[in-house]
Write a protein that binds this ligand. Structure first.
Ligand code: F6R
Length: 243
């Protein structure tokens, strides 16, 4: 079931998302957080850092699982999702390094690393899974056509995703990795609660596909129509086609 909240600005979207995240942390100090990369969650991560600094909210008992990681770039690459998460969040909170899980995409056998990640995340239940949404409706790197029963796997990135992400790779699509290790749709759906944030006009079609179109792997986010507890926080531009 979707609860949709529409805000005027990116800043307000981030603050609203923080409230949802904080409620989970307040209830359970050893919460399992599912985290996402991309531009959209950065404002929420800034709110979490500020709250940690000012109010002492602790992450020392928290466990985290990220959604995905590029295949074929080293973990310490400036654009790896491992680096992103440290730079945008983990370096500023007190979550122990051994509580942090980011899929490993730099190994010899990414399929085996994906299977190992799925086995690890299955030992827990994610209390809240943060998601962004791709302009093609993907969640994590589950591109159009990915089956709803998919678990963590190696995915081929869609050309539109490569084009969207080339802004991080000197605007050069040939530098963007073409594959990723990603949680599957079924992995994501096991989370107790989902928090999806989307801003900007280029997300409006994907948001429509998730909320209003018939459930279909053409827009993998539409799988969330079957989840019991999804909070969707949008700005007006991303909500333009569902209002
Ligand atoms: C990131 C992820 C992706 C992004 C999506 C939106 O871990 O799994 O699905 O959430 O591509 O990215 P942004 O927020 O950069 O528009």
């Amino acid at each position: 079931m979707f609860k949709v909240i529409i805000k005027d600005t990116y800043d307000e979207v981030s603050k609203e998302a923080f409230k949802v995240m904080k409620a989970v942390l307040d209830e359970k100090k050893d919460a399992v957080l599912g985290l996402a990369t991309g531009s959209t969650p950065i404002g929420l991560y800034q709110e979490m850092i500020k709250d940690h600094k000012e109010n002492g909210t602790s992450y020392k008992d928290v466990i985290t699982f990220n959604l995905d990681e590029y295949v074929g770039i080293p973990q310490d690459h400036r654009e790896s999702y491992y680096t992103f998460m440290h730079k945008e969040l983990f370096d500023y909170i007190d979550c122990p390094e051994d509580h942090i899980h980011v899929p490993y995409g730099a190994g010899e056998d990414p399929e085996a690393d994906a299977a190992a990640y799925e086995a690890e995340i299955k030992k827990y239940q994610v209390d809240i899974q943060l998601l962004g949404i791709g302009s093609d409706g993907h969640i994590a790197f589950n591109e159009p056509g990915t089956p709803f029963d998919s678990e963590t796997h190696v995915a081929q990135l869609a050309q539109s995703t490569i084009d969207d992400n080339c802004r991080f790779f000197d605007n050069d699509p040939s530098q963007v990795p073409t594959k990723a290790v990603t949680q599957g749709i079924a992995t994501i759906m096991r989370a107790k609660k989902i928090l999806l944030v989307a801003t900007g006009a280029n997300k409006a079609d994907a948001v429509y596909g998730m909320l209003k179109a018939e459930k279909s792997t053409d827009c993998t986010a539409s799988a969330l129509q079957d989840h019991e507890d999804v909070v969707v926080i949008l700005d007006k531009a991303a909500a333009a086609k569902v209002n």
